[in-house]
Design a protein around this ligand. Sequence first.
Ligand code: B12
Length: 217
Amino acid sequence: MAEDLDTRLDAIYDAVLAYEAGRAAELVRQETARGTGCQQILTDALIAAMDEVGDQFAEGRLFVPEMLMAAKAMKAGLEVLRPLLSATDAKPIGTIVIGTVHKDLHDIGKNLVGMMMEGGGLKVIDLGVDVPPDRFLAAAQEHRPDVIGLSALLTTTMPNMRKTVDMLRGVGYNGRIMVGGAPVNAAFAEAIGADGFAPDAPGAVKLARKFIGAADA
Ligand code: B12
């Protein structure tokens, strides 16, 4: 009953746009219990709602406080999906250090990438948001990760990706570096000397597994 599914996904979308975190979480819970896939809930409801919020913000129809409330509702839904996205019984095939670059506070996409990396068999060390280059460097030295993932959602913080890559390469970090976030693309990744870019969380996992040399990647 495709129509019913659409209606139910619309209800999750509406809950995020109404800033109702509890309702969003409960509807996501009901949807997973029905067996609907995480990707569909993410793409058609939760991420779609954040895109709408971004559009309304760009048009001046809502402001930062509303954007924050919608983000809280989205995060409540995402937390319900966390155990499903990060579940794995396998021993980790490698380690990724991930963080949002300096002066950037957006973490929903980075968190989603982290959850799916765990599900893809990687050990994840999450440095959080507003991470300056030297903290990435310290984490690289401490954890010796196979991959470092940098996230940025603002055009103004993209240069901090370059600074981070420069600092890591400057001290001879020779693992892989991948970048992502809405304003980032493959050409930018190449221009700053990163090893790769992925447009979304499943793509990020595929790329990390390829870097690590996993059999299926
Ligand atoms: C929610 C939100 C906020 C929240 C963030 C809350 C939080 N905890 O994250 C708050 C309210 C704090 C916020 C603040 C601001 N925001 Co804001 N925000 C958004 C919004 C609506 C949604 C972002 C989001 O979560 N999307 C959903 C996730 C799942 O998608 P994603 O982040 O893109 O991640 C996916 C991929 O990009 C990729 N990915 C992400 N990271 C990585 C990392 C790697 C390694 C890889 C491989 C892949 C990857 O995989 C993810 C999953 O598929 C966007 C609009 C938008 N459509 O993006 C604006 C947006 C990013 N914000 C914007 C702006 C302007 C701001 C502010 C400057 C507003 C202000 N005047 O204060 C501040 C900046 C604060 C700061 N210093 O960071 C602009 C940026 C414009 C630009 N070109 O730079 C946007 C685009 C809105 C707009 N249309 O104008 N924001």
